[in-house]
Design a protein. Sequence first.
Lengths: 218, 218
Amino acid sequence: MFSQSEENYLKAIFHLTTAEKNGISTNAIAEKLATKPSSVTDMIRKLSDKKVVSYKKYYGVALTNSGRKIAAYIVRKHRLWEVFLVDKLDFSWDEVHDVAEQLEHIQSPKLIQQLDQFLGYPTQDPHGDPIPDKDGNLKTIEKCLLSTLAKNDSGIFVGVDDSSSDFLQFLDRRRITLGKQIKVIEKEDFDESMLIEINSQKMTISKKIANNLYIQKS
Amino acid sequence: MFSQSEENYLKAIFHLTTAEKNGISTNAIAEKLATKPSSVTDMIRKLSDKKVVSYKKYYGVALTNSGRKIAAYIVRKHRLWEVFLVDKLDFSWDEVHDVAEQLEHIQSPKLIQQLDQFLGYPTQDPHGDPIPDKDGNLKTIEKCLLSTLAKNDSGIFVGVDDSSSDFLQFLDRRRITLGKQIKVIEKEDFDESMLIEINSQKMTISKKIANNLYIQKS
DNA sequence: ATAAATATTTAGATTAGTCTAAAAAATGAT
DNA sequence: ATCATTTTTTAGACTAATCTAAATATTTAT
């Protein structure tokens, strides 16, 4: 059994792990969890004793197979709860994160099994992120940042990188919602802004925005 | 804000408080929470500093108005979650307690507001216990223990005193479910068992069982 | 290759919540 | 009313999770 704090560390490492990076740094974890590097060292040592992370002093940390499975299950729970909040309790996609952050720690396999069924076995959360299956497998879809598209490319808006409340509310105001078709009409070299077409109308989008929108090319 | 532990103490005191008793004893709280009296003394002092309980050394403890309101809200959350688990996720009434015990600590007023609406503003949990309203008011119905009924009295089964899994499963096997009509056919002086009629059939019930079933007399 | 900057770890302290053992207060029995 | 029993509190210790400050290792820049 793992404490909430231990679970949060596992999840943070899971999210910081990408195909490229092998050892996750103490500082990166500390920043992600808004804690101090010294606290991270302590906790990592504890998780290492429990065989859920492998750790070599000064060389960062990585999840073991069992650690990855536990982390994926926490992410699964988090995302299922987000779907519940949006689909059943009429939360908007910018309101769900903090509550799901609490709900993900509830211990009850039956609860999650039944919730999954109740929600109709969803595969993505309200931000377009994939929901790991029971075995911790994550089916990622082919997607890229809007900023990487060339003039006249188009695709479907399938996810966000930053899911802060401010950003999500901005998207709501601009009527940029998951599943919409987006076409790049013009790219401005000077500030890297773009003119895009969505909902049959054109709008200008800054580089920062384009860097936070995932597109599935068509 | 109150920690999970503080919330559990408030809830325990809330449940131990009845019309008769004014000061709840340290030992009673310790037993309810499966902890030690010395731990209770420490926590009570802390809750007293926070003005949610009134406390005089050696004379027990009582909730203040604000303490009572907080405790009632935790009970409200617990019971709403129980309804959710039974009505929406197909849990049976003997499986919900431990999960609700965790869910009651989730902090999100909107979550509870929306859940309440989603469930259709229920007034009772799956065991027949009343759900406190938003202001912490508890509407108790007129009820008495089956053991207090006389021969030929009858009424509706509206709640249980003991809601342990074992007892609830026993009731399931005997087809004794909330809302059923029960009539006392015979009372046995010797062992205080009773012969009752339910579901148009007769069955014998021990004193212990009769002491755990609440009846609304008709 | 060395010095400066950065990252990480260690050492020691703190807080919340708990415990055991002993002391103190209240209660109950004669 | 006194003594024994029970209840409650106090004192001191422990663990998990965190922190600050100092020490050490690694990386980067010249």
